[in-house]
Design a protein around this ligand. Sequence first.
Ligand code: ME8
Length: 519
Amino acid sequence: MASAPKFYLTTAIHYTNGPPHIGHAYEMVSADAIARFKRLDGYDVFAMTGTDEHGQKVQRTAAQNGLSPKDFVDGIAARFEEMEQRLGCSFDRFIRTTDTDHLPSTQELWRRMEANGDIYLAKYSGWYSVRDEAFYGEEETTLQPDGTRLGGQGTPVEWVEEESYFFRLKAYQDKLLALYRDVPDFVSPETRRNEIVSFVQSGLEDLSISRTTFDWGLPVPGDPKHVMYVWVDALNNYVTGCGFPDESDPRWHYWPADVHIIGKDIVRFHTVYWPAFLMSAGLPLPKRVFGHGFLLNKGAKMSKSVGNVVDPFALADIYGVDQLRYFFLREVSFGQDGNYSHEAIVGRINADLANDLGNLAQRSLSMIAKNCEGRVPPAGALTEGDRAMLAQADGLLAKTRTAMQDFALHVVLADIWAVVAEANRYFANNEPWKLSKSDPVRRDTVLYVTIETIRQVAIMTQPVMPQAMAKLLDLLAVPAEARDFASLGETGRLSAGTVLPAPSAVFPRYVEPEGGEAA
Ligand code: ME8
């Protein structure tokens, strides 16, 4: 058999200036679902997430907390790792920019850019936002009535004037425009691509890539009074993660990344700076950068200063991990902003999970337990309706693969739930509960077709709800080795006579606790 095609996917690495919030959870879960889908679909996947621990923002926050930067980030990074576990994620590496392999890797990137003539020493003077860790041109800032100034993303900027190394970004303008032209889906969704193309067309300035007024960062090779600009350090995590600069590292074949999954606010860093650094260093470019939208609390952007951050650990405790994962990925069109609220989460849990899928599984499996000696019933002669039902289930893989070409996780789930809806109609129309006396053979056939459809729905939904679907596949006695996408369709059909365990509920309804709304 030919070796499996590789697939390397990353999230952004998260700042350790505060504990993880729901936006971080959303990004991790989305990326994890894509990684799981690809694994089940036969790819050799390497998936990475992690933390971005250097820079002025982290150093300042650590000082405000009376801790050294390292002690401070150790505590926060541990919390991010804990969240990855709590949310049932399956990343292959959790990278920290304080990991020991990251310094030599990033210094090597620097040396290669320098050797290519792209780094020079000069003086920087301009506006800097510590919150965004970003430089802004004067024209991108606005003066406020109180005399303060805000940068492009609405965060305060401060005047910086210091010696700095610069990267010749201007020299890459045409090459970047050629990249966007030749690889049209390098930046997606389309709206983000258009923003980036017009930003680059409007003209690039060389980029300041080192700082001297604080020291929490990676030292510039040969000039350690400078620390590297935190975005050079951070972006380079993606190659450190698979062994750079040791090209004999067994993980190196994963580079270039197949996709960086990041939020819309940092698309510029990933689609302008990062490919320019890589071109300069002579390294292959990531294939795609996907900028997802923001998760908003009933419409408002979350931030620590606004104080409406909802703790993802608390949400997982209240609603259940898989329920939360399902909500994120079904409710929000991947690529656009989305809202969450207690009512919306409960609505999805009770309608889609408890009613549509949970009830159907519970009712069909209970009937089998009662009437078919707890074994997969045999399918008799199939009617056109039976065949149409099975054909819909069998057609899911092709449909969802198409949706996954654009990482449209919400479409994947909508496609699967269209089959769940059809299975409910099929079950209701065929009324198997009425057939026990009159036509038990027909009853068995209807039950068979129903649970065979549920088998395929469960296999397909594993990327989004790994624990709940493992339980459902256990209830169908599907062996561990028959749970990947190769077992979909006719190949993996349930076989009559297989003993099934006693049925139990997979998705309980969400019931408001005494005293009202929980979140
Ligand atoms: O930007 N909804 O880190 P970060 C959805 N360290 N996504 C959100 C979000 C929200 N409300 N808020 C933030 C950084 N994000 C850098 C990245 S990568 C080399 C360095 C997303 O902790 C955000 O868009 O501010 C980003 O993709 C990720 O969470 C980490 O944000």
